[in-house]
Write a protein that binds this ligand. Structure first.
Ligand code: SF4
Ligand SMILES: [Zn+2]
Length: 388
């Protein structure tokens, strides 16, 4: 006889469990609270330099400043299923702290003398007044305008109103706004990501950005929770096509597992494998003709948009990975493509694990299970096969 289940199903009376409850569960645990209180609010979370491409196509050095903030207002009320930023925030960060963090970043890199681009990330939205004091928003906008740096900030859609953008462009007339759209699909936004906005919010935000001549960078997520590898591949190419004409840049973020998130729980239970690096290569191959209809690269011919893929924790079990032996080479080729936009980067890349990957995609097409069939590169194969 089967035991009665305490899992409430839709239609069984009472309220069904919401994805919101799954998202919020770990945020108030003692380990999460202790971690938050351990941060020094006057030090930025990280500051580092990477190669980048300016709006006019020239390569440059870019500094990324990740600030320690109060986090994201959407996280306070709900949160996205893969977002582990709550691990890096403090509830009590003040404007003075943020100014101290910004100064520390400028001192570390000599007032950004060698960098033409500055990316300011806040684990939320820079232009959201509840998260970031307005005087600090102004400091960032003004400093970058006065230093003559190309500025990139991140934002959700709802902050990008005409009124806010009129205020911001009065201080800095030309910057880029990166929006974490994740998926151009309302079902995926609602049921896989719990994003709290829809594709039409993105459409409206982009219309406003266009009217102020601001550049748009769109983040898409490769393989959100409850999605198989093959679906992730097919969907991501469709989403790239849907946003390309309205995005100056598209940055596809392959899922990496952050502590205390829904995706972390699925991963621990062997119900989620971070994306294969081969899937990212295949996505780039399929998307390239959409972005470069003349067959060119970032430095050759007209491009509809620029595609950037940075596999965070690439090659690691918690990031996109292949078999373990080819990972380094494949990650490097994907990173090079982000700058060159040239498919030649993938010429000659091959490994025996490509067959395993291709077979998994074929199987997932034939047996479309929501959690997919991919096996993670975790533990020994023999032990996995022996386990129930
Ligand atoms: S909107 Fe961004 S920062 Fe906020 S919960 Fe979602 S992923 Fe995290
Ligand atoms: Zn391999």
């Amino acid at each position: 006889m089967s035991q009665p289940s305490d899992l409430r199903m839709i239609g069984e009376g009472g309220k069904g469990l919401r994805i919101h409850d799954l998202v919020k569960a770990p945020a108030n645990t003692p380990w999460a609270k202790a971690k938050q209180q351990s941060w020094d609010a006057s030090e930025p979370a990280t500051v580092y330099v990477t190669p980048e491409v300016l709006a006019d196509g020239t390569t440059c050095s870019a500094v990324t400043v990740i600030l320690r903030t109060k986090g994201c207002h959407w996280w306070w009320s709900s949160g996205c299923t893969f977002c582990g930023y709550f691990n890096d925030t403090r509830d009590d960060v003040t404007s003075t702290d943020l100014h101290a963090q910004w100064e520390a970043a400028k001192v570390k890199f000599d007032q950004f003398a060698e960098q033409d681009m500055v990316k300011v990330y806040t684990s939320g939205s820079l232009l959201e007044d509840r998260e970031i004091p307005v005087d600090f928003q102004e400091t960032v906008l003004r400093d970058c305008a006065e230093l003559g740096k190309e500025l990139i900030v991140e934002s959700r859609c709802e902050q990008l109103t005409e009124e806010k953008l009129a205020w911001a462009t009065g201080i800095n007339p030309s910057f880029t706004v990166a929006i974490g759209l994740e998926a151009y699909d309302d079902e995926v936004l609602r049921f896989h990501v719990n994003k709290g906005f829809t594709t039409s919010s993105w459409d409206r935000a982009v219309t406003n950005l266009e009217s102020f001549n601001l550049r748009v960078k769109t983040y898409l997520m490769f393989k959100p929770p409850f999605m198989s590898e093959v679906d992730a591949l097919d969907h991501s190419v469709k989403w790239i096509e849907a946003v390309a004409h309205r995005s100056d840049e598209i940055s596809v973020n392959p899922m990496n597992i952050q502590r205390g998130t829904v995706i972390d729980r699925l991963h621990r239970h062997n119900e989620y494998r971070p994306p294969w690096l081969w899937s990212l290569v295949e996505m780039i191959r399929r998307a390239h003709p959409i972005l470069h209809p003349d067959g060119g690269s970032n430095s050759q011919g007209e491009a509809v948009s620029r595609l950037i893929v940075h596999p965070t924790a690439g090659g690691k079990v918690r990031g996109s990975h292949n078999c373990g032996s080819c990972d380094g080479e494949v990650v490097a080729a994907i990173e090079r493509y982000a700058v060159s936009g040239d498919l030649m980067e993938f010429e000659g890349l091959t490994c025996s694990c490509q067959t395993v990957w291709a077979n998994e995609l074929t199987l997932e097409r034939q047996l479309p299970l929501p959690l997919g069939l991919s096996k993670p590169r975790r533990g020994r194969v023999l032990e996995r096969l022996r386990s129930p």
